[in-house]
Design a protein around this ligand. Structure first.
Ligand SMILES: [Zn+2]
Length: 337
């Protein structure tokens, strides 16, 4: 029988013993060792580009390779095909499970959450991008990891985009401008339950039972176990993404257009219902369109022309602006201003 994934590779210390200053490195090493054990090569980018690890593994192009097959020294699959390497870019969020303050109901039920924040820049239009939510203290000795390809993550929010009585859906909560741009709107909706399963956005209130004791009740919650541990590994350990790269990129673009450009007024008392409608309509009508990159290039070229005219007698400023615009590669030959 294969070993549980993930499991602690370090004999002398439990992952939950690391404090918040050492947790990030300890957790990333924990995951590195777990991936290496089943045949992945693990690389750490030199600079922080929003990707924490790049992992590569040799897989049968006909997907005969199992997620825990160690393929480092194998050249050909039993079906005769040479193995081909796949690459995944991991964005890792490590958190300690915590009890939610101001949520008596969930506390009574012993639900604990894994809080994480994702910003718009974290949603890359690359199907090989994978979110990794790692819990180092699911129990004292058990760690859990959700391994979620970006297209799956976005689709989860589209599938569950059903607003509740307050007009909030998980997609609104995660992607609407209020929390999405402010940065401090932490996403504290992913919960671990005492029955060893995970759910997203549990809703309910505590109530008195027949004996008069206050007990927790759940009226609604969304199961979130499809990407847990071995299941998540299976989803990234095949050639599905490589075989369908262009289609999947288009899918991610469509998903992003569907989920972004939202607005909720949050707890504000000053924004009226009409304001909300106006802002929403504005967002919907001003979405990025498919020829965005051409439009952007035209806009930058127009900016250069304007600057050339305005800065006729300012050579130093002109030089300085050249340095600023050099980062846009399509501009490099047009910087003779
Ligand atoms: Zn094969």
């Amino acid at each position: 029988m294969s070993q549980r994934f993930p499991s602690n590779p370090f004999e002398d210390v439990q992952p939950s013993e690391f404090n918040k200053y050492t947790k990030k490195h300890a957790s990333e090493h924990f995951l590195d060792e777990n991936f290496r054990k089943i045949g992945w090569e693990v690389f750490e980018p030199f600079t922080d580009t929003g990707i924490d690890r790049i992992i590569r593994k040799k897989i049968c192009p006909n997907n005969h390779t199992k997620y825990d097959d160690v393929t480092n020294n194998i050249k050909k699959c039993e079906c005769g095909e040479p193995l081909k390497t796949i690459t995944r870019f991991l964005q890792i969020k490590t958190r300690k499970l915590d009890t939610k303050k101001n949520a008596k109901n969930l506390e009574l039920l012993k639900y604990r959450y894994l809080g994480y924040t994702l910003e718009s820049a974290d949603f890359r239009t690359d199907p090989r991008h994978v979110f990794v939510f790692y819990s180092d203290n699911t129990t004292k000795t058990q760690q859990d990891v959700h391994i979620i390809p970006i297209a799956d993550y976005l689709q989860f929010f589209i599938d569950n985009d059903i607003p509740n009585a307050n007009g909030n859906s998980p997609a609104n909560t995660q992607f609407a401008v209020r929390s999405f741009r402010e940065g401090q709107g932490k996403d504290n909706f992913l919960f671990y339950k005492p029955d060893n399963t995970w759910v997203y956005n549990p809703q309910g209130r505590s109530k008195k039972d027949a004996s008069g004791n206050i007990v927790g009740k759940i009226s609604n919650e969304i199961p979130f176990n499809d990407w847990l541990n071995e299941k998540g590994l299976e989803k990234i350990s095949n050639h599905v993404i490589e075989n369908d790269m262009i289609t999947l990129q288009d899918t991610i673009t469509t998903q992003k257009l569907q989920l972004f450009y939202r607005f909720t007024k949050g707890r504000s008392n000053t924004i009226t219902h009409e304001n909300v409608q106006t802002i929403r309509t504005h967002f919907q009508e001003n979405q990025l369109v498919e020829n965005y990159s051409e439009t952007l290039q035209q806009q930058r070229e127009a900016t250069i022309v304007t600057l050339q005219q305005l800065l006729e007698d300012e050579p130093e400023l002109k030089e300085s602006i050249k340095k600023y615009l050099i980062q846009f590669k399509e501009m490099r030959n047009k910087l003779e201003i």
